[in-house]
Design a protein around this ligand. Sequence first.
Ligand SMILES: [Fe+2]
Length: 381
Amino acid sequence: MPHATQVTSLVIEPMVHDPKETKVDFGATVSGVDLNDVDSETFAKIKEAVLTHRLLVFKGQEKLHPANQLKFVQMFSPGSTHFSHALDPDYAKRRGNGGATIPGTPQCQVLGYGPIPDDHYGLPNGLVIDRQDHRKMHKFPLSEEELAKGDTRLMQLHFDGSLYSVPPPFCGSLLAVRTPKGPDLTLRFDNVNGKGEKKMAPGSTAYFNAAMAYKLLTPEQQEIANHSSVTYAPHAFTWIATTKFTSDGSSIITEGKEVPLEDLPPYDEDKIQTLPMVWHNPLNGEKSLMIHGQVAMRVNVKTSPDSPVKVLEDLGEVRAFLQTYQTPILMPEYVYCHNHQEGDLAVWYNHGMWHSITEFPTSCGPRIMHQCNLGHNEEPK
Ligand SMILES: [Fe+2]
């Protein structure tokens, strides 16, 4: 018996952002669908909506089983089975107690902070997720005083993906199981654009539209971005494990602390990823500026389709170059901070968005999220 379609009850409402306060131009809220059982007709509408609105927040998905979250994510990348970091030999070691893997669904990670609820999809009772602390990651962290008055940062600006061997996921997905509660925090950027304060709820995920990042470039930069590419380090996140981030979480302070390539786990040269700086939305061809500023190892610069390639290899030069492309959007008016409600499933177009978690005081309580993403079945174009 075929399942009844949910397409008739599906409601997709674009988020309303006040243009006096923000230049955010993406996001939609979705109701009227149970993602435990998505038929192909409903999925077609959802995929179109992901590519149109870039971030969808599905309400009321408290009962979404991890295996069904995986099935849903798999519909975007038919044939893919690997969690995006599945072939990353140090992923579990780096994550440590900062996450847990759902038994039987290794593509689904429990991330966040605090105790995991009892009897949770086969995980042992009593597991506690360690909190990520920007003071261990940023070179110039906020002071105790700034943290006490509610300042926070982008922890690590990125798009999802291991950037080695496996194409980045087509979409990211994050189910809010437990969310922190408390007074608004002040998101700071502390970059070339200034301090840049933005009020947001504790535990928000910060999202940026990479198509807007492209639009904010000068015509000369757009032309270079159109024809240039970035080569990412093998085992990229092990490579930067010993480095410190810039204060807006977008790049690395260059001080020669990367793990030498010869000391990384064994890698294949032909699995090193070189990806274009600009990726195209398959629905409408819209261009997104897709740069992972922390794990870039080389930039292959071309000023036109036929120009010679100038390869930047000096890491200071690589990062300085990429920063001039990344930082125009890293301002309060371009960030959307999603205040996750328990039962929200956030799904975003990972080939056209950047995001970051934001730190919050432990007094706000636990943040327990189910993250599921899969390496896509083809490289972004
Ligand atoms: Fe992420």
